[in-house]
Design a protein around this ligand. Structure first.
Ligand code: GBH
Length: 469
């Protein structure tokens, strides 16, 4: 088998998020977030699962950091729980919460692991949602205040500050389709949320520049690779419209300092965008040291003719509402397999395509894969091992896709596997496992899956086995 080699400077990491692993939901002064409320609402999550205990990382973090060190990873991407450090979302900070992350960051540094901290991975303090949530401008201002508190406390001990994780999900799944917290289904509110997330990103980015000038600044987007079902003008236009909602609604303000004109025109029937004030888009365009890209699967669309049966094979989940606000005449087609346990199609070349696009449209912008990984139905063998060959194959093919883009000149500097541990998979609870390390939720025991052993070797050598077709 031939191997392709990544340079020593390439950063190998793993990622998690606070609500998905920490547990200790009511400990040491943590306040409630929208995910506590949502997961405790009957019918919202699979099996009624909540993040109350999760992987108990709040108590087990030293051992979890030891696992990262044993994996030989250069970086760890985690998120800070806003309601743990500022329970009401504004005003008083909770010292016990700040201390937890301070210890975590020091624990990483002691082990030679670069801390990559995400400020917001979906756990909005409930009080701020009660005051209107992301559709309201004040939430962005509160986020700036929160950012000031955590950057002042952790400063440049954090190597990379990431403002937001996947604002697409926060806005469209939280306020459009309602399959994420807070579970609202209001198309105009979803677009207002898009804007206030972009604004929050810019305001917090400015805080990082001021308070931690030597730290790197980034944001993580889940960018979509959208293919039209045919080359008909109508299908190509459907793909353009979804690209505007999915990708350019964030890339526009954040990297170019302006919303794309076609997005504003396409959604004119939903909102007049009057919540965008003079200067906001410039604030959102704070220069980034690195753009984080999360990638899992690709998207196939066609123009809907208005009468044939719809597929709607997108992120509706159980919801009757589409996350694709203002695009009711676009249909999402089922994709050819294979699929992961999430039902998402496996499409590694689309990742290369996405990276080439970013390299072309945003030349000079360094990139990082901040999430990629897969849920499969893991089986614990009689010998206690988890032979997750499908996950290894998924990772190998996608990392190979990253190598393809790098060979064509795209500046991708690192790769973070999602996830370090099995964890609370949002609406799917504990039913879907993304970890390279298994968590037994009865004992909280951690067991390395074969993929963890495989990933450790890759990080140590930089040498990737080729996919076996
Ligand atoms: C990420 O979300 C999250 O950052 C992370 O917390 C989460 O655990 C992880 O991925 C795994 O889900 O919905 O059928 O249209 C990824 C969310 C996944 C949303 C792919 C869009 C497209 C397929 N995205 N999804 S579908």
């Amino acid at each position: 088998m031939t191997a392709r080699t990544f340079p020593e400077s390439f950063l190998w990491g793993s990622a998690t998020a606070a609500y998905q692993i920490e547990g200790a939901a009511a400990e040491d002064g943590r306040g409630p977030s929208i995910w506590d409320t949502y997961s405790h609402t009957p019918g919202r999550t699979l099996n009624g699962d909540t993040g109350d205990v999760a992987a108990d990382h709040y108590h087990r973090w030293p051992q979890d950091l030891d696992h990262i060190a044993e994996l030989g990873l250069g970086a760890y991407r985690f998120s800070i729980s806003w309601p743990r450090v500022q329970p009401g979302g504004s005003g008083r900070f909770n010292q016990a919460g700040l201390d937890f992350y301070s210890r975590l960051v020091d624990g990483l540094l002691e082990r030679g692991i670069r801390p990559v901290a995400t400020m917001y991975h979906w756990d909005l303090p409930q009080e701020l949602e009660d005051a209107g949530g992301w559709p309201v401008r004040d939430t962005a201002l509160r986020f700036e205040e929160y950012a000031s508190g955590i950057v002042a406390a952790l400063g440049d001990r954090v190597h990379t500050w990431t403002t937001l994780n996947e604002p697409w999900c926060s806005a469209y799944l939280g306020y459009g389709s309602g399959v994420h917290a807070p579970g609202r289904t209001e198309p105009a509110a979803a677009l207002a949320a898009v804007h206030h997330l972009n604004l929050a990103h810019g305001l917090a980015g400015r805080v990082v520049r001021e308070l931690a000038p030597t730290a790197e600044l980034s944001v993580t987007l889940n960018l979509h690779v959208i293919r039209p079902a045919s080359d008909s003008a109508a299908d190509v236009d459907a793909a353009r419209r979804i690209d505007a909602l999915a990708n350019r609604a964030f890339l526009g303000p954040m990297l170019n300092g302006a919303y794309p004109a076609d997005l504003l025109a396409d959604t004119a029937g939903v909102t007049d965008w009057s919540f965008v004030r003079q200067g906001d888009e410039k604030v959102a365009a704070v220069p980034l040291d690195v753009l984080g890209v999360n990638y899992y699967s690709s998207t196939l669309v066609r123009a809907w003719d208005g009468h044939s049966a719809r597929s709607d094979a997108d992120g509706h989940g159980a919801s009757a509402h589409s996350p694709w606000v203002g695009a009711d005449d676009v249909d999402f087609l089922p994709q050819p397999g294979p699929y992961t346990a999430m039902g998402w199609n496996i499409d590694p070349p689309a990742l290369t395509e996405l990276l080439l696009r970013l390299g072309r449209e945003h030349p000079g912008q360094p990139l990082m894969i901040t999430e990629n990984g897969a849920a499969f139905d893991d089986v614990v063998s009689a010998d206690g091992r988890i032979h997750d060959d499908l996950r290894i194959d998924y990772l190998r093919r996608h990392i190979s896709a990253v190598a393809d883009a790098r060979e064509q000149g795209v500046d991708v500097r690192g790769y973070f596997v999602w996830s370090l541990l099995d964890n609370f998979e949002w609406g799917y609870g504990y039913d879907r496992r993304f970890g390279i390390i298994r968590v037994d939720y009865d004992t909280q025991e951690r067991t390395w899956k074969d993929s963890a052993h495989w990933y450790r070797r890759l990080a140590a050598t930089g040498e990737l086995d080729q996919p076996q077709d």
